[in-house]
Design a binder for this molecule. Structure first.
Ligand code: MTE
Length: 310
């Protein structure tokens, strides 16, 4: 990633969730949608989501405040600074929104975002999120397993990988007018990673629809991998035989591998990955292999050299 000197958040910058939501109610109640835009919010984001099941996969670690999750972001389509996505994504249009699922499958499908949230029961999953830049958060996502969707399109025997593509719309996404990355943003998983029960398509967080700056209306979440694997604002999911070319790997293959599993033993060429700064906390934490999800995913990589396949 391009490392910028974005100011670190301090505890005094953190608003508790209750106060934050009351502020949102005040903004919408007053009809001041223009003001909401400057906060990176939009009316659609405030909708509550019905959650059928809740699972905490972050132990006793406290979820990061909604304020921090929505004001310290990487979403280069809206700028490379940590505060740019919240400042620039307020008017991003996430409805109507279509997600196409095709490629090596028997039943290619197109879904509207509402089709998806009606078709698949939504769950809350509290996961750790570790960025390759050595900061982390704990996020209560709302979404559904990617495996459910892939099962419905019936992958063929040739489907070895899955690609995820973000919307390409430089009119709405000012960052796409610069050649920072080869747009649209693309990421990929091996099919067994994509169908692992931990892999989510997330449509919200903290019980409500996804804030624009976090990848509305739908994004990927793979909690054992560095955050950049989790493509935001997805419009296309493709099953394919060959390993896909992915945005950060294309930008710098030496620094960003295809697998990018969280691994405290493999340093980034420019910094250590042994510890991390949890946003909202003062002391650094030790980084855990597979971000603490080794029991669920280490078997996917049995026999692989994880120094080479970083
Ligand atoms: N997806 C798109 N389309 N564009 C991006 O710039 N950044 C990635 C990932 N997904 C990115 C993206 C990176 S580097 C990280 S760490 C996470 O999104 C950050 O997610 P968050 O801002 O919701 O914490």
């Amino acid at each position: 990633m391009l490392i910028r000197s974005a100011p670190d958040l301090r505890d005094c910058d953190v608003t508790d969730r209750g106060l934050y939501l009351r502020r949102r109610e005040f903004i919408y109640g007053a009809g001041a949608l223009a003001a909401a835009g400057t906060l990176g919010l939009s009316a659609a984001e405030a909708a509550p989501l019905k959650v059928a099941k809740k699972t905490n996969l972050a132990g006793d670690e406290k979820p990061t405040s909604l304020k921090n999750i929505t004001s310290y972001n990487n979403f280069y389509e809206f700028g490379t600074g940590k505060e740019d996505p919240a400042a620039n994504a307020g008017s991003f249009k996430t409805r109507p929104w279509t997600v196409v699922v095709d490629g090596e499958c028997m039943k290619p499908m197109r879904f509207s975002i509402d089709d998806l949230t009606k078709r698949y029961p939504l769950e809350e999953r509290i996961y750790r999120m570790r960025c390759v830049e050595a900061w982390s958060m704990v996020i209560p996502w709302v979404g559904f397993p990617l495996a459910s969707l892939l099962n419905d399109v019936q992958p063929t025997a040739k489907a070895k990988f899955v690609t995820f593509e973000t919307l390409n719309d430089p009119k709405q996404m000012p960052g796409q007018r610069d050649r920072t990355l080869d747009w649209p943003y693309r990421e990929g998983l091996r099919i067994d990673e994509a169908t692992n029960p931990l892999t989510l398509l997330a449509v919200g967080m903290y019980g409500e629809t996804m804030p624009n700056q976090n990848g509305a209306p739908i994004r990927l979440v793979t909690p054992w991998k560095y955050g950049f694997k989790s493509a935001k604002s997805i419009v296309h999911i493709r099953l394919q035989e060959r390993q896909p070319a992915t945005s950060w790997n294309l930008a710098n293959a030496h620094e960003y591998g295809f697998y990018s599993n969280v691994n405290p033993e493999v340093d980034h060429p420019r910094w250590s990955q042994a510890s991390e700064r949890r946003i909202g906390e003062f002391f650094r934490r030790k980084t855990l292999p597979f971000n603490g999800y080794a029991d669920q995913v280490a078997s996917l990589y049995r026999g692989m050299d994880l120094q080479k396949n970083f």
